[in-house]
Write a new protein. Structure first.
Length: 436
């Protein structure tokens, strides 16, 4: 993982020290459970249990040296950890297989990562809600196909983002629940050499649920769903980032990233203020999504087990969660400090001579008795004059001078169709839907 895009708390989850500590906890809890049900001597199980918190410091280098000989990471760890015990070490890993440790450990790491990401989303939601309320009635132009459409508010844009990330929060919580399963079922998952009560005990101690049926591995459809959700969250990050990038364009400039004192935008052009953070978020979103297809391909393993998924997960587990954690924190900072320019929003709405009110005139003409086709042709004919004048002509003036229009609508009544407040009348209703 590139440290430039990593935060310490999330990175620590994927460090070898944490992984080995989780392995040790799984082995100790399993031994304690075996002692309780008589699979191994209770006295020896108690001795192992007493070492639960006594394995520090974990000598990663020593374990790695053992693995150079064993060519097996779990055996290397058990060899090193066994030296911390006496004769009772022979009961470690009794009836278990490597996947019991590896898959249960990965589940713990992914739930730990999920908890950080859930907290990240909650912080982002707080900021989006605050900015939505702040700009609830800040009028701006809505765009379809990148072209001026009709007025919206900047607060509505923020409320839409809030609703999207609120859905993402629900998805992530569901994905966390789905991934939080333990498997201590032994070779090929039959419990032939270990009691299911051991799995239940270990799962409870590790904050997981027993996997209903594992082959020799936890089924990878769970992992595929988890990474798919991360990919969706990343896409939502990019969607909001792209909106900010567009709004910061010089010819738009309705909002922009905060530009701190001493910050430089270009090595060549001193005037530049570039949307570097949101451009970075677009790139980070691509990297998170790159984990989704490999996670999907991991579902189809051979028979009861193969390890084709293992190398993939060693990449995508850390990379996707660390990158998404960083991206969510960065997006939260961008939206918290985002500079918003209502005056520029109004200027942009005004620059096309009232074209943004064309639908209201169309509807007024149909309500006055014209067919939709005839009304559309009349409004479009006048609107194209405004368009071709680049906004120098005013749609309202042209309509007032058009006898086909004034025959149906009085000039003072026509002016009502150009009332900006008309477009704000449902904002409260939408906010009630989003925020309750």
């Amino acid at each position: 993982m590139i440290t430039r895009y990593a935060r310490p708390e999330m990175s620590a989850i994927w460090e070898a020290e944490n992984r080995f500590r989780i392995w040790w906890q799984i082995e100790v809890h399993a031994a304690v459970a075996m002692g309780e049900i008589g699979m191994i001597p209770k006295e020896d199980a108690d001795k192992i249990g007493a070492k639960l918190d006594a394995i520090d410091p974990i000598d990663v280098a020593a374990i790695d040296e053992i693995e150079k000989v064993t060519k097996h990471d779990v055996i290397a760890f058990l060899t090193w950890a066994g030296d911390k015990l006496g004769d009772e070490r022979r009961w470690l890993h009794q009836g278990m297989t490597s996947s019991d440790v590896l898959d249960t450990s990965l589940a713990v790491q992914m739930t730990q990562a999920s908890d950080i990401l859930i907290a990240d989303l909650e912080k982002l939601l707080d900021v989006l809600k605050r900015r939505a309320e702040e700009h609830k009635y800040t009028a701006t132009i809505g765009r379809s196909h990148g072209i001026h459409a009709e007025p919206v508010t900047f607060g509505l844009k923020m409320a839409q983002a809030y609703a999207e990330f609120d859905r993402n929060l629900a998805r992530l919580k569901a994905a966390r629940s789905e991934i939080a399963t333990a498997a201590i079922s032994g070779a090929v998952g039959t419990f032939a050499n270990i009691d299911p009560r051991v799995e239940a005990y270990v799962a409870k101690q590790m904050g997981l649920s027993p996997e209903p049926t594992s082959t020799q591995v936890i089924p990878r459809d769970r992992h595929a769903m988890f990474f798919a959700v991360l990919g969706v969250i990343a896409s939502s990050i990019e969607r909001l980032a792209v909106e900010v990038r567009h709004l910061q364009r010089t010819e738009v400039l309705e909002a922009e990233e905060f530009f701190s004192k001493g910050q430089k935008g270009s090595s060549a052009m001193p005037h530049k203020r570039n949307p570097i953070l949101t451009e970075n978020l677009t790139g980070l979103a691509r990297m998170v999504r790159s984990a989704v297809v490999p996670a999907m391909e991991n579902v189809a393993l051979w028979h009861e087990r193969d390890i084709s998924h293992s190398s993939v997960e060693r990449f995508i587990g850390p990379d996707a969660t660390i990158t998404l954690d960083f991206a969510l924190a960065r997006l939260t900072g961008v939206m918290d400090k985002l500079l918003v320019y209502p005056e520029r929003m109004q200027k942009n709405m005004d620059r096309m001579g009232g074209l943004i009110h064309s639908q209201r005139v169309l509807l007024a003409l149909t309500q006055a008795g014209l067919s939709r086709e005839d009304a559309y042709a009349i409004v479009q004919r006048n609107a194209m004059q405004v368009w071709e004048s680049d906004g120098e002509k005013q749609l309202l003036d042209l309509l007032k001078a058009d006898p086909e229009v004034t025959a149906k609508i009085a000039p003072e009544k026509l002016e009502e169709s150009f009332d900006l407040d008309y477009h704000m009348k449902r904002i409260d209703d939408i906010f009630d839907r989003v925020f309750g």
